[in-house]
Design a protein. Sequence first.
Length: 248
Amino acid sequence: MVALKDQRNSAMAKQAEGNISVTALAQVRILAALPEEALAKLAERCSWSRHDGGSEVLAQDAPCDEVYFICSGRVSAKTFSDAGKEITFAELVQGDIFGELSALDGHPRSSFVVTLEESLLASLPAAVFNEVIDSHPEVMRALMIELAARLRRADEKVFEFSTLNTSNRIHAELLRLARTHPAKGGVVEITPPPTHADLASRTNTTRESVTRTLNQLKQAGLIEATRQCLTIFDLDTLTQLIRDSESD
């Protein structure tokens, strides 16, 4: 009787884990259109790992072998110049994927990926990922939409680096972050807030420049910053600061 009870408990635990895995994968945008049965089969083929904040998940120039789905948490994709300057390409959150470029073209990783907080990741071998997109056109189309959005964001940044001064690049990055958070009455709260070093890395500037620009925005009453939250009170005025710079 005890052995039978243990078997039942084990089966129930596995079923619960399976349900959690399916729910987690359903939140990944490129997989959202898959039926539950397909998600369940995919979950069984995934490797699951939990990482503390500050953990290196991928190394730049490493061979392509896995595609990762972010089921919870946040990661940063970044690289470093020969002089050691940190350059952030993107911050990825729940529902995003990374490692797909190497899986598609076979080239080494284009960046380091480091967790910003405790994160739950699911991963698939590159060969299995390619099987999935080949056999599920809806996943392929969702991936194309995802890559198109990233290309548009990259184009936007190229334009900013070519036309905006240091302060306005920081303004533009704050607006970009604001778009990922809900606005309430025109006010956006960004939690957790980016560090000054993070903003400098995103905008190709220095921490001193970030500090100076944020202080100017505080004095103008446009933002409020604490260790827990960065609050933007007036998105329209922040946008106008950038437009005024473009017209100079």
